[in-house]
Design a protein. Structure first.
Length: 167
């Protein structure tokens, strides 16, 4: 009986404390002129993450196209991509840098990168960044979101326009 209690106690000590989290990067994107107008992407170092989008009220550019629905799903990114993301965050002092270029450039949408982990935390918000690594990171994360949204559009199109039998 004592051995079972000891094994149970050791097992309980080896489990993570509820609510304890490792490093996480959250990306928030907003552009009221697009659909979706807002999305959030959360990434962990192992590539696991979550994507959430909200369509907003932007008018359809082409009435013949189908906008992506609201998306709320878990995702898995490649380990290599996740490592590059977190390496950039580490190289940029956990995002404790001024990211915005303050240049007069075309509005590309606000990107807010928030890092939190045992080694530090920081927030970086920008439309366009002079820091090439931060700008490249933002572009890459926007591309990930675009891929997820394109997949959601294709899923919706398949539901509303299934392939013909025999095709």
């Amino acid at each position: 009986m004592r051995a079972a209690v000891l094994v149970l106690a050791v097992t309980a000590l080896s489990l993570p404390v509820r609510g304890e989290t490792g490093p996480v990067l959250q990306v928030e994107y907003s552009n009221p002129g697009l659909s979706p107008s807002h999305w959030t992407l959360t990434i962990h170092p192992d590539g696991k993450g979550h994507f959430h989008s909200e369509r907003g009220n932007a008018p359809a550019k082409d009435p013949q196209t189908i906008d992506a629905p609201n998306v709320d799903r878990d995702i898995q990114l490649s380990a290599g991509f996740a490592e590059r993301v977190f390496q950039t965050v580490r190289d940029r002092k956990w995002l404790n840098v001024d990211c915005e270029s303050h240049l007069k450039v075309a509005f590309q949408g606000w990107k807010k990168l928030s890092y939190s982990g045992p080694d530090g935390q920081g927030v970086c918000e920008f439309n366009y960044s002079r820091d090439k690594e931060i700008q490249t990171l933002g572009d890459s994360l926007v591309s990930v979101a675009g891929t997820i949204l394109t997949g959601a559009r294709l899923e919706m199109l398949l539901q509303h326009d299934p392939p013909w039998p025999g095709s």
